[in-house]
Design a protein around this ligand. Structure first.
Ligand code: BJW
Length: 233
């Protein structure tokens, strides 16, 4: 690979990550063969309407996911990113993942665009708290007497405005976006690397498969994140 693509040639790097970065940890992705959406319909498990209709079923789905994630750990790709950030504090990680692996690996400058599997919230009382119980005690009630819901951005949910603004600022200030393990089909998240590119940033993709980003990228590294990421260091 040409030396010009190495991270050392850039000043402000944003890593934009998706489910693929955690695939080698053993966490299933959403789309493609063996993806979560093959087995579970998002309209039954990943939207507010489903939760209002049957919170128990939605919580059971999230309990299973908590169990899977709790049984896995960050992999070399998460650790490489955290180590790079330690050396280059300008670095920002924007993730669509809810597993918490970037924090576990030691990443500090992190925006979780789609929330966290380990937080719950109640919109009626405007409260939010960390919770790691498996299964989640659904009988617990929020200060407003409501069932707590996972603090995850489901389909049709608005993303947290503060998180979005901070993530957008990081993309706009970046000169390199490394896109790792995302299909790029979910919006508005998918728009951010493209906004960065319009402002002059280079885009590098790491993904064994083509994604919706591939045609826009300056370089595509076709392979698993744990193998391809070290090539940029
Ligand atoms: C590897 C690998 C290895 C494998 N190494 N790589 C504009 C246009 C079209 C639609 C919309 C639009 N604006 C809004 C929408 C609607 C919707 C949307 O985007 N729909 C599209 C799917 C068509 N967006 C929303 O609803 C968003 N809200 C919103 O816009 O609010 C405003 C609004 C409100 C009302 C009306 C209209 C607007 C919210 C989106 C929330 C997404 N949430 C989810 C699920 C959370 C629930 C849960 O987890 O339980 O977030 S969906 C799911 O997809 C999850 C992910 O974060 C997200 C992205 O997936 P990701 O990470 O890319 O994973 P995969 O599986 O797709 O891809 C994995 C990749 O890894 C693959 O490419 C593999 O090849 C690769 N890979 N191994 C490296 N080892």
């Amino acid at each position: 690979m040409d030396d010009k693509w190495k991270l050392k040639n850039f000043e402000r790097v944003v890593f934009f990550t998706g489910a693929g970065i955690s695939a080698e940890s053993g966490v299933p992705t959403f789309r493609g063969k063996g993806g979560l959406w093959d087995q579970y319909k998002p309209e039954e498990y990943a939207c507010q309407e489903a939760f209002d209709r049957d919170p128990q079923a939605v919580w059971e789905f999230h309990d299973k996911r908590r169990e899977i994630v709790a049984g896995c750990k960050p992999n070399a790709a998460h650790h490489h990113i955290a180590a790079y950030e330690k050396e280059h504090p300008n670095t920002v990680v924007v993730t669509q993942n809810i597993d918490g692996f970037h924090q576990d690996a030691g990443t500090q400058n992190l925006y979780e665009m789609h929330g966290s599997l380990w937080h719950v919230r109640c919109d009626a009382s405007g409260t939010k708290k960390e919770n790691r119980d498996i299964p989640f005690p659904i009988e617990d009630r929020s200060p407003a007497g409501e069932v707590w819901r996972p603090d995850i951005v489901w389909f049709g949910d608005y993303l947290n405005e503060d998180t979005i603004q901070k993530a957008r600022n990081a993309f706009h200030a970046s000169d390199l976006v490394v896109i790792v393990g995302t299909s790029g089909v979910v919006w508005p998240a998918a728009g951010f690397p493209l906004e960065a590119q319009k402002r002059g940033a280079t885009l590098i993709e790491i993904n064994p498969e083509e994604s919706d980003f591939s045609i826009y990228c300056d370089l595509c590294l076709r392979g698993p994140a744990t193998q391809e990421l070290p090539k940029l260091l």
